[in-house]
Each structure stands twice: as C-alpha cells, then as structure tokens.
Design a protein around this ligand. Sequence first.
Ligand code: 1HN
Length: 360
Amino acid sequence: MADTAPNTSPSPTPTGYEADSRSAYYARIGQQNMAPLWESLHALVPKQPRPKAVAALWKYADIRSLVMQAGQLISAEEAVRRVLILENPGLPGTSSITSTLYAGLQLILPGEIAPAHRHTQSALRFIVEGKGAWTSVNGERTTMHPGDFIITPSWNWHDHGNPTVAEGGEPVVWLDGLDIPLLVHLDAGFAENHSEAMQAVVRPEGHSWARFGHNMMPVRHRVSDPTSPIFSYPYERSREALDSLYRFGELDAWDGVKLRYTNPATGGWPMPTMATFMQLLPAGFQGKTSRSTDATVFSVVEGRGTVRIGEQHFDYQPRDVFVVPSWQPVQLAAVSDAVLFSYSDRPVQAALNLLREERS
Ligand code: 1HN
C-alpha cells in the first residue's frame, strides 16, 4: 500500500505522529515491515486454544466408491502415492486434518507398486480394508491386515506393493497419518526417491517382531534413536490385549479400555512426533467428557456409536474417520462393542511441556 501522507520532515516530531490517523500510521510502519502488536495481541496469545480446525467425520460408506474410482483414473505408479487427502474443512488448501497432522486414504490395487522413497516426515499406516498388500521399511517387509498399525519413521526408505489377482491380491485401503503440517511449520522437509522402485529386502518378514515383539529384546541391543524397532503392530495382538483388560474389569469412565502403542526398547512412543492409541468401548458405554490440547484423528475399526465434539454429534461406524480439534470437549459412546484407533501430536506437546488435559 502506498503511503500518500506527505513526509516533509526528515525526523518527524511526536506531534507529527499524533496528526496521523492510526490507519495511516499502520500503513507507514507497514512499509518498514512492522506491525502494531496491540491490534493482534489477543489473537496471538489467546486465553485458550482457538483452533482453526473444526470437528469433522468422513463416512466410509459415502467415500469408499470415490476412493475406488481413483483406482480407475490413475495408476499407483503414475500417482506415486494414490491417496485422497482428508482435509479439515476449517483448514482449506493446507492438506491438513489438524494444525500439525495430515490424514489420507491410500488405495493400492493388486499387482501395483508404490515406488520406494524416503522423507523426513514420519508416517503411520492404519489398515482400513483388504489384506495381503505389503510395505517394506528399512529392508524388511510386512504383510497388511485390517487393524494393523505400521510405522514409516523419518528418513526410512519405504515402498508398498500388492500381489496380483492370480496370486490372491485384493484392493487394500489404509489411513495414512503424517506430521506434514508440523514439518511445514518447522521448514524441516527433505525427500528423495530410491534408484529402484523396490528397495532390497535384507531381512525375512517377522525379523523385527521376533527381536522386539515379545517383551524381550536382543541382549546387546543399544537404543540409538527414539524410533520403535518394531514397525508393524498386528491388530490381533492389540485387540486381544483390550479384550483381556476389559474382562479383567479395567474400564475408564472417559476412555473405556485405552492403550497407547509403545516403542518396546524405550517405553516411549513408536515415533517422536506422533502418538497412537487403541481403545475398546463396550456396548452401552457412555463416556464422560474430557478435552486435551492434542487434536486427535480417530479411525473406527469395529462397532457403532456416537461421539460428541463440542456442540456437534456424529454417529460412527466401522472405517469412518473423525477428528477432534484441540481443547474441544469430547464424549464417546458405543452402541455395540467399538474399537477405535487414534493418533495425535502428543509426543511433541509433551516434550515441550505444553500438553494439557482436563476431565470433567
Ligand atoms: C507418503 O510417502 C506416503 O509412503 C503416503 O505411502 C502419503 C503424503 C505426503 C507425502 C508422502 C506413503 C504421503 C507420503
């Protein structure tokens, strides 16, 4: 904006400033790349979080056919990753589901390969539909089943594939969760493509599970980074744990039976930027209200129920995805036995001593 106010004095006196209207003054300081804090102080330092992200639910029954249509429009090879981004309606144009997290539904058809690459963004996969596709991470393959939670840590080579129809392949859909928006804020994104579509597999499938999946680990293992040495957490095991705990009478009035996924070598989170959870809400469960500063994305595995987020109520069914923004009161209920997977930026908030939770 042009400053049209005459500037005849080389060093304006205080009287000169007073003669300016505020808006002319703002224009004048704007030319020096300055701005008045007093106009934005309240927005910059809110009394409590005021997320732009809003509560939203994607009904799988409404979007499944659109995900499958993508399979006819573009190959996995051409797309590199054939994904429909789940974008928060409050964050248009940002490819974000919360201010720090990304979510998308990825489709891989029989016989396809999503080529090997790596990036500093951490990724998680939560298998929504179909089985038998594989992902390779850092030299080891794992086969996908619905409800499995798979990690692709920062800067690890990863490629995905699916057996042909003749080999028994079927379409597989999973939820991708990445810390993309967080890395955008940090300007810390790097990426590169592998020279081969598929990285070399250097260990047999199940190797990392054998080493770290049994409450044991190799005797001379040294923890060198915060990332979990397990990269696939099978649903069967998570489900069994929730079921046993429920039978043993562990039911939290807010969360039902809720477990967090861990790095077995440290007890910490599987990856440094994203926390993951799985919870069981028995039929008839009516949760109390809680809120936390870590906005959370949920993927429904089993069962039906309702979630209240602020003033909004949503019905959920298997394979639906919903998002709870930061500090919004949330209340979960289940009509039939429900299992929910979820992820958030909790490790980041906890590390920075920013995490707040309230239960009422
Ligand atoms: C990515 O590498 C995958 O490997 C999925 O499956 C989604 C979104 C943005 C950037 C990288 C994958 C992604 C992605």
